[in-house]
Design a protein around this ligand. Structure first.
Ligand code: ACO
Length: 157
């Protein structure tokens, strides 16, 4: 069973994480010109967006970071909880935007983050948790307990 290195911890993203989250996400894709104000507005939106889960009102967006012993953000990822009509108005978790800082990869931080977000979604009542990834990451997600399922497609402007 993987455990975080000494001094590391997982928590929700906070507005003060602006610079480190933006930097960490650069290993994943183009982040673009995201200002501090836009970042903070987005975090506030995430914090205020809820979804009904049974009798409870829970947060739909669950963006998290792993911070190291010095308090630096070294990994980030989200699970979004979607309420549907099918499956008796069931809940589905969508794992998104997983990134581990280059100098921190290979320490099982990605695995721990996925396990944490997956557990969060199932404890919220999701009947499944899904994600899209590149072929090169299939082995990583299989180690996290996911299995290949379906085909990813997109439509872009
Ligand atoms: N292919 C196969 N196995 C892998 C891969 C891979 N690409 N990456 C890691 N593994 C294995 C490791 O060897 C380890 O196996 P072990 O337990 O037998 O030693 C296990 O998976 C866990 O690896 P971690 O150390 O937890 O991986 P890491 O912390 O480096 O995170 C990640 C992996 C998230 C893919 C990281 O390399 C990264 O940030 N990459 C760039 C961004 C990216 O591609 N993110 C995923 C996008 S998909 C999405 O967001 C839904």
């Amino acid at each position: 069973m993987a455990v975080l290195p000494p001094g590391y911890s997982i928590r929700r993203i906070e507005p003060r994480d602006y610079e480190e989250v933006v930097e960490t996400l650069k290993v994943l894709t183009v982040v673009g010109d995201v200002t501090r104000a836009k970042f903070e507005e987005t975090v506030e939106f995430w914090n205020n967006s809820t979804v009904k889960a049974g009798n409870a009102e829970i947060r739909a967006y669950n963006p998290h970071v792993i911070v190291n012993a010095e308090g630096r953000v070294v990994a980030t990822g989200t699970v979004l909880i979607e309420r549907k009509i099918i499956r008796n108005c069931g809940l589905v978790g969508h794992v998104e935007d997983i990134a581990v800082a280059k100098d921190q990869q290979g320490k099982q931080l990605g695995l721990l983050l996925i396990q944490y977000l997956t557990r969060l979604a199932h404890e919220a009542g999701c009947y499944k948790v899904i994600l899209d990834c590149d072929e090169k990451n299939v082995g990583f997600y299989e180690k996290c307990g996911y299995r290949r399922c379906g085909v990813e497609m997109d439509h872009r402007l």
